[in-house]
Design a protein around this ligand. Structure first.
Ligand code: AMP
Ligand code: ZN
Length: 137
């Protein structure tokens, strides 16, 4: 498969690896939003959050926490963002599920900005009801 992250897993493309276990690989983002920007991926190819196996997702999440803790100690950032995008409309460029770990520093230039949508009380109620009904099944 022509997936750049699968090629990184196989060692066909170089990367700055920072952590690896049987299921997961983490490496430095080549175009970091900030110093210390790390990507965490499953070694198995999944497109996104919708098709990833739950067991692999658990392993990714455990690695994300482990790496975030080490970044917090090493770089002493003021904050850390965890970002994960699904499909191009959401900003996903590489079609192999990945979690961004982005150390944040007061007054850095990283932005995640959106204008809030205005919803009526009725819309909140209806939406919450629909979701709750499905999630309870
Ligand atoms: P996304 O927009 O969530 O799909 O993010 C893809 C990320 O992968 C971007 O932040 C890129 O900088 C990063 N990236 C692309 N190619 C490589 C590579 N060969 N090594 C490391 N990071 C990469
Ligand atoms: Zn892949």
């Amino acid at each position: 498969m022509d997936c750049i992250f699968c090629k990184i897993v196989k060692g066909e493309i170089p990367s700055y690896k920072v952590y690896e276990n049987e299921k997961v690989l983490a490496f430095l983002d080549i175009n970091p939003a900030n110093y210390g920007h790390v990507l965490v991926i499953p070694k198995e190819h999944y497109n996104n959050i919708l098709d990833v196996e739950e067991d692999d997702l658990i392993e990714i999440t455990k690695a994300v926490k482990k790496i975030a803790e080490i970044l917090a100690i090493l770089l002493e950032p003021d904050g850390i963002n965890i970002l994960q995008s699904n499909n191009p409309a959401a900003g996903q460029v590489i079609n192999h599920i990945h979690f961004h770990i982005i150390p944040r520093f007061v007054n850095d230039k990283v932005t995640f900005h959106w204008e809030p949508n205005k919803l009526e009380k009725k819309q909140f109620e209806e939406l919450a009801k629909r979701l709750k009904e499905e999630l309870e099944n």
